[in-house]
Design a protein around this ligand. Structure first.
Ligand code: DAH
Length: 369
């Protein structure tokens, strides 16, 4: 409630002092609420307004109403008080106007710096690998990390008692025993099941890369982790040959590790490819010499070669599982490959401990930002 000047019955000095004190404390209260220009205007009108402002009310209710014998005394006091009110109102207005015109935001201050995130070195490496194949016209496919035995093993031509199906290696979900074997859930041990999933959906010809997380029951150490990453590849068409595989992968390795790396193949075995091979690149750390100055080159174990991926021609038995979608092994052929991203990232960044990638130590990760 805005203050109004009270009528006085008693015009004694003590009563006038009292009334003056109340008036001034009301002034102080109202002066504190002058944030906006509108508030400042009504504050000024309320106290100094000619017609019915507080000063005018003081004239009416205190000076004019005072009995004759008190007039002199009252007149002096009222005049003093009016001068004080005028001065205080002006001071309050000036102060309020200054406060509100001073910007509350100092745009010259440095501000709050938001730290930008960056790709994790493994994800960055994964994107680089995928990028190389995208440039060759490959599409990207993804699939579930929790997979069925059918996609992870059966349709990839793993024999029923293959050691990879063993619990020593595969992480199975609990309480699956009641289900038929092929429906039992597990954490995929490789990205290869997405080959089948994609061939079920897309008719040939296809060219796809498949990045993703995989799991195996390996205790963590400097070169193992129960969770790691792979990039898989699959190309199916008529007349795809081992020469296509070699040419494609040789190009990809040069794009990833530098034009001077050489590639080599050694026979290997995977249930879902026939023939199968392991691909090696000449060590891009020692240049293939096996030595770094007088010291042995550790990353290639002095061999001058680094094993980088598994690959091969898609086994006709695999095509049998998706034959009805156009993958007749008599008509189409293809090659596939799969590589471990984490190890490639380690080689690229010269790390000797895989665990650094997964410990989440910002001091380590910031180096890649
Ligand atoms: N899936 C294999 C693994 O995890 C890697 C692999 C080898 C993938 C040969 C392929 C392939 O597509 O053709 O060890």
């Amino acid at each position: 409630m805005a203050y109004t000047v009270p009528k006085l019955k008693d015009f004694s000095p003590a009563a006038l002092d009292n009334a003056a004190r109340e008036l001034l404390s009301a002034l102080e209260r109202e002066a504190a609420q002058t944030g906006s220009a509108d508030q400042r205007k009504s504050f000024r009108d309320h106290w100094l307004g000619r017609k019915d402002g507080i000063l005018a009310q003081m004239n009416q209710l205190w000076l004019k109403a005072a009995p004759k014998e008190a007039k002199r005394e009252v007149g002096q006091r009222v005049n003093q008080l009016k001068a004080e009110v005028e001065q205080k109102v002006e001071a309050a207005l000036t102060k309020a106007a200054n406060v509100t015109t001073t910007p509350s935001l100092d745009i010259s201050l440095p501000g709050i710096r938001r730290q930008l995130g960056a790709e994790h070195p493994i994800i960055r490496t994964m994107h680089e690998i995928v990028g190389v194949f995208k440039n060759l016209g490959y599409s990207v496919a993804e699939g579930p990390v929790v997979e069925t035995d059918y996609y992870n093993f059966e349709a990839l031509n793993f024999p029923p008692n293959h050691p990879a199906r063993d619990t020593q290696d595969t992480l199975f979900l609990a309480n699956q025993e009641a289900k038929p074997r092929r429906e039992q859930l597990l954490l995929r041990t490789h990205t290869s099941p997405v080959q089948i999933r994609t061939m079920e959906k897309l008719k040939p010809p296809i060219r796809i890369v498949i990045p993703g997380k995989v799991h195996r029951n390996d205790p963590p150490d400097a070169s193992h982790s129960p969770m790691f990453h792979q990039v898989e590849g699959l190309a199916v068409d008529t007349n795809i040959t081992f020469g296509d595989l070699k040419g494609t992968l040789d190009h990809a390795m040069k794009a990833l590790f530098g034009a001077s790396v050489r590639t080599g193949f050694r026979p290997s075995f995977f249930p879902f490819t026939e023939p199968s091979a392991e691909m090696f690149v000449s060590c891009f750390i020692c240049g293939g010499s096996g030595k770094r100055g007088p010291d042995p080159c550790r990353p290639c174990k002095q061999t001058g070669w680094i094993e980088i991926l598994g690959c091969g021609m898609v086994d006709p038995n695999v095509f049998e599982f998706v034959k009805q979608n156009g993958y007749d092994p008599e008509k189409v052929s293809g090659f596939a490959f799969g590589m471990g991203v984490d190890r490639i990232a380690m080689l690229k960044y010269g790390l000797d401990d895989l665990q650094l990638f997964f410990q989440g130590d910002v001091r380590f990760l910031q180096q890649f930002a």
